[in-house]
Design a protein around this ligand. Structure first.
Ligand code: NAD
Ligand code: UD1
Length: 346
């Protein structure tokens, strides 16, 4: 059974590729390498001892996408490809709308043409906007406060419309909370370009000495210590949820939405303290103003995924910190290689 993984060279896609291969799936991996490095593909092969085709294709290139679908008999698609930086999306909104939305429409059109109608989509808890209360379940009202979030919201709606128009589609919309951590081998992990926007990559770059000090955005939220609270989830747990969703789509029709979170919220200071105690690295930090657009508390009610998919996050905050540090320590400069050598030609 061959699964197409879009965005498979990226942080979450590379972990999903390992999990799929380790569970007996064949994969074809597609990525335009706009936010990833080809070395991650080599590492996936090394970790699993399995080979697979990789195509440096852009979802915006409809012709190349069709050639790929003509060549392989895909059973389903895991769709990770997309741009994801909130701040950047405010600066260059048209790029975000074009890349994420047009890319997804192209993908779905080609899937429909080749009768591949099972899709697992990477959505985000950002579609809940500023939630009225926690824990957040899938029926909460949806909103978005920036172009990135709006692309996720719009794609969810486009996929619901697609299903209404053709009920042979089977679609899982997976709303991720805050994925952190890395594969326990330390061979693949998150490899942000430039200054990290997100908390965990920033902490680990302070730990390795690439950044001097962490700025904690706000200590006056209504939380147990005043800092923001999030539902951090280990990336390996997260991708296991994708395999469960894939199995679900094999047996069930329709379009379903699932929160992928642990159900537990930890604060920024909780994460810093746990990271320090697990790694014995000191993380200097200072409190600064709240970051514009941030919310105080966000954590999931993950019961639906448990009941319907039989999936639950298993890894704790210590493991998330340990594995992040293992990756960072072993790869202080990320994958470090250039994308010049491409592995396969279409
Ligand atoms: P990532 O940037 O590491 O991976 C995305 C990959 O998609 C990159 O390798 C990039 O090169 C590729 N890509 C982007 N546009 C493409 C295009 N037009 N054609 C082909 N490839 C393209 O990001 P990630 O953290 O692995 O996120 C994967 C997905 O999950 C994204 O859709 C993201 O929005 C979503 N998501 C991520 C988080 C998170 O915290 N990491 C949270 C919620 C949702
Ligand atoms: C961010 C995105 C969100 C996206 C999510 C997962 C913003 C405004 N939101 O959410 O759309 O879905 O990532 O990719 O960017 N923090 C610090 N110092 C830092 C970085 C973060 O104190 O240097 C704090 C934040 O204020 C927040 C917490 O850490 O309280 C988590 O931040 P982050 O990792 O950026 O994730 P989110 O804000 O949840």
């Amino acid at each position: 059974m061959t699964i197409l993984v879009t965005g498979g060279a990226g942080y979450i896609g590379s972990h999903a590729a390992v999990e799929l291969l380790n569970n007996g799936y064949d994969i074809v991996l597609l990525d335009n390498l706009s936010n990833s490095q080809i070395e991650s593909i080599n590492r996936i092969k090394e970790l699993t001892g399995k080979d697979f085709p990789f195509y440096p294709i852009d979802l915006l290139n409809r012709g190349e996408l069709e050639t790929l679908f003509a060549k392989y008999d895909f059973k389903a698609v895991m769709h990770f490809a997309g741009l994801k930086a909130v701040g950047e999306s405010v600066e260059i909104p048209l790029n975000y709308y074009h890349n994420n939305i047009t890319g997804t429409i192209n993908l779905c059109e080609v899937m429909a043409k080749y009768e591949v109608k099972k899709l697992v989509f990477s959505s985000s808890a950002t579609v809940y906007g500023n939630p009225e209360r926690v824990p957040i379940d899938e029926s909460f009202p949806l909103s978005a406060t920036n172009p990135y979030g709006r692309t996720k919201l719009m794609i969810e709606e486009i996929l619901r419309d697609l299903y209404v128009s053709d009920s042979t589609w089977r679609i899982a919309l997976l709303r991720y909370f805050n994925p952190i951590g890395a594969h326990e081998s330390g061979r693949i992990g998150e490899n942000p370009n430039g200054i990290p926007n997100n908390l965990m990559p920033y902490i680990s770059q302070v730990a390795i000495g690439k950044r001097e000090m962490l700025s904690v955005f706000g200590n006056d939220y209504e939380t147990h210590d005043g800092t923001g609270v999030r539902d951090f989830i280990h990336v390996v747990d997260l991708v296991r949820g994708h395999l469960k969703a894939l199995q679900y789509l094999e047996n069930n029709e329709g379009i379903e939405t699932f929160n992928l979170g642990t159900g537990t919220g930890y604060s920024v200071l909780d994460l810093i303290n746990t990271f320090q105690s697990v790694t014995s690295q000191k993380i200097p930090y200072q409190f600064v103003e709240r970051r514009a657009g941030d919310i105080g508390i966000c954590f999931a009610n993950p019961e639906k995924a448990d009941k319907v998919l039989g999936w639950k996050a298993e890894k704790n905050l210590e493991e998330m910190c340990r594995d992040t540090w293992n990756w960072q320590r072993n790869n202080p400069n990320g994958y470090e290689t250039s994308n010049d050598i491409l592995l396969h030609e279409i």
